[in-house]
Design a protein around this ligand. Sequence first.
Ligand code: F6R
Length: 252
Amino acid sequence: MEKHIIREPIAYEKIPTRIYRDPKEASKSVAVEIAALIREKAKANLPCVLGLATGSSPKTVYAELIRMHREEGLSFKNVIAFNLDEYYPMDPHAVQSYWRFMREQLFDHVDIPEDHYFIPDGTLPESRIADFCREYEHKIDQLGGLDFQLLGIGGNGHIGFNEPGSLINSKTRLMMLDHSTRVAATMDFGGELTKVPKKAITMGVSKILQAKRVVLLAWGERKAEKIADAVEGSVSEQNPASYLQTHPNALF
Ligand code: F6R
């Protein structure tokens, strides 16, 4: 057992769950897993297809990956990344945009080629979104699917922006955001709820579940109840994170 793990998964948990002393140590162990996968794929001359998340939870993982790039020669040249979601509408240069977030938190600091990362486009006319979403999934499929999906979890159990009520077979689509999700985002929009977009484009639950490996991060006590429900309760559309019980290789 790694020395920072407080405890390893236990039998009645329907999703393997590791509890760490602090987010930094947990993030380190996730970054080590991602780095090993990138290197293994590079050795075999294969692309490493990563599904990535925004929000506060993955920031420490990205910081550790950047450190590994700088200090340990970890290259991202073979990485192809697909982000989970983007607000709609959203200007990619706005401070709240997930495109800008990913550039600032990871992509601008590593050697990933500019045409190797994809983030849902918050500038499309609404009439083109359905086609865009189909194409987004098609691109992932053509690469053989996601090798690894990194997830956070919303206070309401959402994964990506698959809000409660999302079906297990839901596709990448335009989604109405839950009131609680918009409230949680108000600080990013100058404290004004009316400025938080009402919609987002999100990768669907089915594409997330098709990833070969899924790791979900949650820090602090605020999300403990939703995590416990997802890990120990029944699979329910009321808590989309519980869908990961059906995944053969997920870790919380
Ligand atoms: C972000 C995303 C969301 C967040 C979730 C948790 O791309 O898909 O599901 O992961 O809202 O956000 P934080 O980490 O800010 O608590």
